[in-house]
Design a protein around this ligand. Structure first.
Ligand code: ZN
Length: 626
């Protein structure tokens, strides 16, 4: 997802809201991170779906054959499916949460008050029966025999006839019917740009079961976690509609719409509908969008991936959708080089949705009146193909691992490719985090994303604080190490579900530096960093750790004779230090609030962390000038 923090920050400027938030902050809950300590396994799905879509009433009927392989060491007595569209109904959990959170997502509410004194009305609460979303399972069989299931709003609980044994495969045959909701969030019909179908989270999707157990999270607001596997999907839709999405189209000559091979004959069947047949292997979701007025541009690259651009023909932003195309080619090459090779044959950038949202092999992006308004979203969503659709972390638990890492790498890519700012990831990207700290809004990144006190705390934590996890790691272990770590992380964990522990172990092995303390402090607590220059006397300097979070310290000293020297003070818990030309001083043990060292010449000035990559919350005490 792409996060436009400006809106949220402006929203929070009202004083009433600040008071409410201060009360809420007292309710902070700390969660402990479960970690994978058994040998790795993951479940597998094989979906075959055939779906008939009615473009007039936005309803659809489908069949689903799901072959599920239990690779876990456990007997499974039940399974769970997500029925996401059921969240878009009055009085759903999503609706109730929307009515109770102090800073609701602006897209999901109507403001009946003023900017200063907002009074929000949930848009879900006002949906009429023909506008709601629903997904109803009509019949379900386990290995050919009807099986008992219970619908609990956006989750289907299936009580199995026989448990699924370790290593066993079962087949679930399902019939279902759905209605596409009015666009409220991420998916829906007729978005702001007039795109008819934005179809993320649209089918009954098996929940993931892993070393932590079932992940049957109700759909309230946040993102997703899916089972790795293969999808074979046929969509029957009105001939006038162009479809884009996940997977490779198997029958382009029977479809046309820009997918056909130009030197081969088209063979369009008679009738009102076309049957679009897609296959997507090694993915954990399947998404599509369709409109009767899409322009479809195809851009071939020399790295084995074809880019598809689908956007509305009938609006003023057509120029931006052309201009963004060469940038997308450069983004693909940047991520291939700096993370690892994109293995799929296609990636589609599709106008749709309600902002920007990542899906396998595609993204739905709203708007694009100017190149600048879609460029940042394109860089961000494209990077999610790596940090979610190959490195499939649990977005519904560790949102910082997909949003933070995506923000970090897409900022670097965008800086280099657009030449807007070649400095890389810099402290100017830290503003949102300092805002949270100043206002007492910060919560630990182990909080379940649905259950942060405020939306702003979730967003800044996931995107900003998550990306700072990497930029500060750069400060701790050095840029060259970080570059190697990202590639190694990709090589070892692509097409798996990496955990925070998996990432930090790679970082430790590559750098030779112990880093558990860093994962704990930055992710699992809200401790802050504040180092100060306590005293400079003669040739002796005393530094102080004012904040709770420890860090290694870089110190720059300018001498009276005009020369200067750079020092690094490793944290004792690191058992090592970054590769650097700086003079390495003795370790600083965490428990010690002060640290004194001597130099050989007369001191003119001292500064802690000139790079400003360390998120020191009070830089006023970082400098000494004689
Ligand atoms: Zn995102």
């Amino acid at each position: 997802m792409f996060y436009k923090d400006i809106f949220i920050l402006q929203l929070l400027k009202t004083t009433i809201m600040k008071k409410l938030l201060l009360i809420l902050i007292l309710c902070n809950v700390f969660f402990i991170n479960a970690q994978n300590d058994t040998s790795y396994w993951q479940q597998h799905v094989n979906y075959k779906m055939d779906v008939d879509i009615n473009v007039h009433n936005y309803q659809y009927n489908g069949t689903q054959k799901l072959v599920y392989t239990n690779n876990s060491p456990d007997n499974l007595k039940e399974v769970f499916y997500h029925l996401f569209f059921n969240a878009f109904q009055p009085e759903s959990e999503m609706d109730i949460r929307l009515q109770n959170v102090v800073d609701p997502d602006r897209r999901m509410v109507k403001n009946l008050g003023t900017g200063q004194n907002p009074k929000y009305e949930s848009r879900i609460a006002k949906l009429k029966p023909h506008e709601i979303g629903y997904l109803k399972v009509l019949t379900l069989k386990q290995n050919g025999k009807p099986v008992k299931f219970i619908t609990k709003e956006s989750i289907l609980q299936v009580i199995l006839n026989q448990p699924i044994k370790p290593g066993e495969k079962v087949t679930f045959d399902m019939t279902f019917t759905g209605q596409v909701p009015v666009m409220i969030r991420r998916s829906g019909r007729n978005n702001k740009d007039g795109v008819a179908f934005s179809m993320g989270q649209w089918y009954p999707k098996l929940a993931e079961y892993d070393f932590e157990g079932w992940h049957a999270d109700p759909y309230i607001a946040r993102e997703f976690f899916g089972v790795w596997g293969d999808f074979d999907v046929t969509l029957h839709i009105d001939k006038k509609y162009t479809v884009g999405g996940t997977g490779n189209l198997q029958n382009p000559q029977e479809i046309g719409h820009g997918y056909q091979e130009v030197n081969q004959k088209l063979n369009i069947p008679k009738g009102k509908k076309l049957a679009w047949h897609f296959i997507a292997n090694n993915v954990h979701d399947f998404t599509w969008a369709a409109d009767s007025n899409y322009q479809h541009d195809v851009v071939k690259t020399n790295v084995g991936t074809t880019l598809h651009f689908l956007y509305k023909k009938d609006q003023k932003d057509k120029v931006a959708w052309k201009e963004v195309q060469p940038y997308a080619v450069k983004a693909l090459k940047y991520y291939n080089k700096n993370i690892g090779k994109y293995p799929f044959k296609q990636y589609s950038i599709i106008q749709g949705g309600d902002g920007g949202m990542e899906y396998p092999m595609c993204t739905l992006i709203e708007g694009g009146e100017t190149l600048h308004s879609i460029l940042g979203t394109m860089f961000h969503e494209f990077a999610h193909e790596w940090f979610q659709f190959m490195l499939a972390t649990n977005e519904s638990e560790h949102s910082w691992m997909d949003e933070g890492f995506t923000t970090y790498i897409s900022t670097l890519a965008s800086n280099e490719i657009t030449k807007r700012n070649e400095k890389g990831f810099s402290p100017k990207n830290y503003g949102g985090y300092f805002y949270l700290v100043e206002n007492g809004l910060d919560e630990p990144l182990t909080t379940h994303p649905d259950r942060y006190n405020t939306n702003v705390a979730y967003s800044v934590a996931s995107y900003t604080k998550g990306s700072m996890f990497l930029s500060q790691l750069n400060y701790i272990i050095g840029e060259d190490n970080l570059k190697i770590i990202l590639k190694k992380y990709f090589d070892e964990f692509k097409f798996k579900h990496p955990t925070p522990n998996d990432f930090i172990r790679i970082a430790e092995k590559v750098s030779g530096i112990q880093l558990r303390w860093y994962l704990n402090e930055w992710i699992e607590t809200t401790h802050t960093i504040d180092y100060a220059i306590a005293k400079v006397e003669d040739k002796s300097i005393t530094l102080a750790r004012v904040g709770k979070m420890p860090m290694p310290i870089d110190v720059s000293i300018v001498y009276v004779d005009g020369t200067s020297e750079e020092f690094t003070i490793p944290l004792s818990m690191m058992y090592g230090h970054k590769p650097t030309n700086n003079t390495i001083l003795k370790d600083w043990a965490w428990a010690n609030p002060n640290y004194t060292f001597n130099v050989n010449k007369e001191i003119k000035s001292v500064e802690i962390d000139k790079s400003m990559l360390m998120a020191d919350i009070d830089r006023s005490n970082n400098k000494f000038e004689k």
